[in-house]
Design a binder for this molecule. Sequence first.
Ligand code: FES
Length: 85
Amino acid sequence: MDKILVKVCTGTTCFVMGGSNLQELHDIIPKKYGDKVEVQASNCLGLCSINWESSKAPYVKVDDDIVKEATVEKVLEAIDKKLAK
Ligand code: FES
């Protein structure tokens, strides 16, 4: 099975809108999933600028799926769903 790649946006918009809490993922993911999931910090994913007013930052990408208004729980849920496939 291919590794799941998680990209946590650390661009300014995401960071200000709560992305700073997501830094925990860098500890939690390796502990919980070992080498099945890789987590990376990413520059602006280009999602926040589409419509600032209704921005759903912070954003995290789990492979090609976008998690909007991401929280640690939401991201772990998205990973679990993928692993269950
Ligand atoms: S700052 Fe996160 S998508 Fe732009």
